[in-house]
Structure formats: structure tokens, C-alpha cells
Design a protein around this ligand. Structure first.
Ligand code: AMP
Ligand code: ZN
Length: 114
């Protein structure tokens, strides 16, 4: 998807601070962090949002959570708790339409969400 910001980040056309990469997913630092740790985990295949997830492409989401758990175990900021969240659609706050999971750690998080 040529015009997608996150596809361009995966392709290296737009710089990012890489945290993790494998053949299926890319994890990088959010440009406007809202917590001491604020990463974005994205599938390398363009999926616009959670609305586009089906039995054919959902495997990558399990993989993102598996890698998030591994990274959480490796980083001290996650030891007291952390949050993984995806915003789906404009009213939920989605601003980039390439499926992404915010991985947040290093402070307490309020609930319910605002
Ligand atoms: P959302 O609002 O849930 O769609 O999240 C999009 C996130 O992408 C926001 O937290 C932005 O700060 C982040 N973001 C936008 N552009 C970039 C960029 N070039 N590099 C890293 N993060 C970005
Ligand atoms: Zn994309």
C-alpha cells in the first residue's frame, strides 16, 4: 500500500527507531510517546485496522502478543504491569490506518479508558 505511513516505515523509506523485527512483524518507538515505554507493533502485511482481521490473517496478531510477552520479560519497565491496545476507527482515536498495537509500560495506566 504505497501511501501508507507505516508501510513506508517497514520499507525503510521513513526513519524509525526499531525495537524488534522478524519476517512477520515490526516494532518501533512511537514518535510522540505517552509513557516511558511506548512502542508500536505492526504486521508487515498491510491491514487497515482490526475491522479487516479475518481467519486468513489473524495469526499475525497472536504473534504480536507472543513477541510482546517476550519483550516484556526482557525489559524492567514492564515488571509492574503494562498495556497493549489497538484503536479501531476514528472515534476510538485511530489516526494511522495500518493495524498497530500500542505497547505501553513504565507508569500506571488508568481504567476505564478515556
Ligand atoms: P493511533 O492514533 O492509535 O492510530 O496511533 C498512531 C500512533 O502513531 C500515534 O501514537 C503517533 O504518535 C504514532 N506515529 C505517527 N507517525 C509516526 C512516525 N513517523 N513514527 C512513529 N510513530 C508515529
Ligand atoms: Zn500499511
Amino acid at each position: 500500500m504505497n501511501d501508507c505511513l507505516f508501510c513506508k516505515i517497514i520499507a525503510g523509506e521513513i526513519p524509525s527507531t526499531k525495537i524488534y523485527e522478524d519476517d512477520k512483524i515490526f516494532i518501533f518507538a512511537d514518535i510522540a510517546p505517552t509513557a516511558p515505554v511506548h512502542w508500536l507493533a505492526i504486521p508487515k502485511t498491510h491491514i487497515a485496522s482490526l475491522k479487516e482481521v479475518t481467519a486468513d490473517n489473524s495469526e499475525v496478531i497472536a504473534h504480536i502478543y507472543e513477541v510482546a510477552a517476550k519483550l516484556a520479560a526482557e525489559h524492567d519497565e514492564f515488571k509492574d504491569g503494562f498495556r497493549v491496545v489497538t484503536n479501531c476507527g476514528e472515534s476510538a482515536g485511530q489516526s494511522v490506518f495500518h493495524l498497530h498495537f500500542h505497547i505501553l509500560a513504565g507508569r500506571a495506566f488508568a481504567w476505564p479508558a478515556g
